[in-house]
Design a protein around this ligand. Structure first.
Ligand code: EPZ
Length: 414
């Protein structure tokens, strides 16, 4: 349980950690080679530890040195991914592409659904089938076989981050060229492309299509991960919601243009430099309308924290979620804290209130947890947020960073 004494503006400076959603595919990319891969700026998060556990179970060696992760070995990989690990974290499904590319066969359990609504992997499977994989669904998992993966042109009817990454993995060792039409353009995908290029992959990226020319094998590499734009945005919103002044160092401002635009519309002052952003929150936000959208649109992962911020606005905001079918786990707990939110289809209508009230609330996923922490920081009094197991999956040392900004937060058992 996290205890938060809210009501005081945050102030100060923190450093962004490496991006969780760049670290996970980068760790799995090491399955494509048995040569050493060294990753720097890797956040120490539960999901990252799960990814390391997963590749170790498949035959890789891994050793931490602070935030540097050394990966090597895996001359002989197992072709079955342990169900327990894949169920724990959806991104584990990305081992399918590398195992298929290296071994010609793989069995990977289907990822569990989660609080964001149904999360199919049909685009992953469609793409792998186009590259020549034979896929069979049985016992809650996918069994895939491909004597030789061959390049193909794959159209994604949604620019899925995971499906794009899955196809980069499979295409990296396929015979010929694989082109993904309508790929995801998230910075984390671009970071994976950089790593794959350092490993010897030949990738050409135009806006609407991504082409990877298959190699016989890939080599080792050393790579520093990009900073976490969702973590950065979360702390900027923590400064904004409390009417404080927060600077995030080691960030990449250009990754947060959509959030910056809406923060300014809401009455925040925003400054930025080469590798930092600083926000000064208003006494009360102005209402704004927004819709989430694939990058460079407003990131769906910042939708729940943004709704918490708008819950205090002086007027009505509408927030439309276009990426997930149901990303509203934060709504009920925010209403318990005094927010006035109505959900109509994919739209949240937020009638701003002057004050949120402290409460005991529970989160359903990483970003809903972040939204509740932000609301508790703004509420005058003591709140109890049950979100530890979610927050530690996605935010490195969140209590330490909030404490550095002057927040009165601590962990209590129970
Ligand atoms: C990645 O998930 C991120 N996770 C998510 O962050 C993020 O919310 C999401 O991209 C969107 O930006 C990682 O990178 C590890 P998608 P992913 O495939 O790859 C549908 C967080 O909190 N879809 O782009 O699973 C899907 O149902 C997490 O850090 C299909 O229909 O996202 C969803 O509605 C949460 N079929 C939409 O596309 C498919 O085969 C976006 O999914 C695949 C996806």
């Amino acid at each position: 349980m996290i205890v938060i004494v809210g009501g005081t503006p945050l102030g100060g400076e923190i450093r962004a950690s490496g991006a969780k959603n760049a670290a996970l595919p980068a760790i799995l990319a090491s399955l494509l080679t048995s040569e050493p891969v060294v990753l720097h700026n890797v956040p120490r998060l539960l999901d990252v530890e799960t990814a390391v556990e997963l590749i170790r179970a498949l035959g890789k060696e891994a050793r931490w040195e602070g935030n540097t992760l050394n990966l090597w070995g895996g001359e002989h990989l197992a072709w079955e991914a342990p169900a327990e690990l894949v169920q724990r974290m959806r991104a584990s499904f990305l081992v399918l592409g590398p195992l298929l590319a290296r071994l010609g066969r793989a069995r990977v359990p289907l990822p569990g659904g989660c609080a964001l609504g149904p999360r199919p992997v049909d685009l992953h499977l469609h793409g792998l089938a186009r590259l020549g994989a034979h896929l069979a669904l049985a016992d809650g998992g996918v069994f895939a076989e491909a004597q030789h993966l061959h390049g193909a042109c794959v159209y994604l009817d949604f620019p899925s981050v995971g499906a794009t990454e899955q196809l980069l993995f499979a295409g990296a060792l396929a015979q010929g060229e694989t082109t993904v039409v309508n790929p995801a353009r998230e910075p984390e995908v671009a970071d994976l492309v950089e790593l794959l290029r350092k490993m010897g992959a030949q990738v050409i990226w135009h806006t609407e299509r991504l082409t990877i020319r298959g190699q016989r094998e890939l080599g080792g590499a050393e790579h520093t991960l990009i900073p976490d734009r969702i973590e950065t945005g979360t702390y900027l919103l923590a400064g904004a919601i409390t009417g404080g002044r927060v600077r995030v160092q080691s960030a990449q401002p250009q990754h947060l243009a959509a959030l910056g635009d809406r923060l300014i519309l809401a009455g925040c002052e925003l400054e930025q430099g080469e590798d930092w952003l600083e926000v000064r929150g208003p006494v009360r936000p102005k209402p704004v309308d927004l819709r989430t959208w694939p990058y460079p649109g407003f990131p769906t992962d910042l939708q729940p924290p943004m709704v918490a911020f708008l819950a205090r606005a002086e007027g009505r905001s509408t927030v439309t979620e276009t990426v997930y079918a149901a990303r509203f786990g934060h709504v009920e707990p925010l209403i318990q804290m005094g927010a006035k939110i109505q959900v109509a289809g994919s739209i949240q209508v937020v009638e701003g209130v002057e004050r949120l009230r402290p409460a005991q609330v529970e989160a359903t996923d990483i970003r809903a947890g972040a939204a509740l922490v932000l609301a508790a920081l703004a509420a005058d009094g003591v709140s109890f947020v049950a979100a530890e197991q979610h927050l530690s999956r996605g935010y490195e040392d969140m209590l330490g960073k909030l404490g550095a900004l002057g927040a009165k937060v601590w962990r209590e058992e129970g």
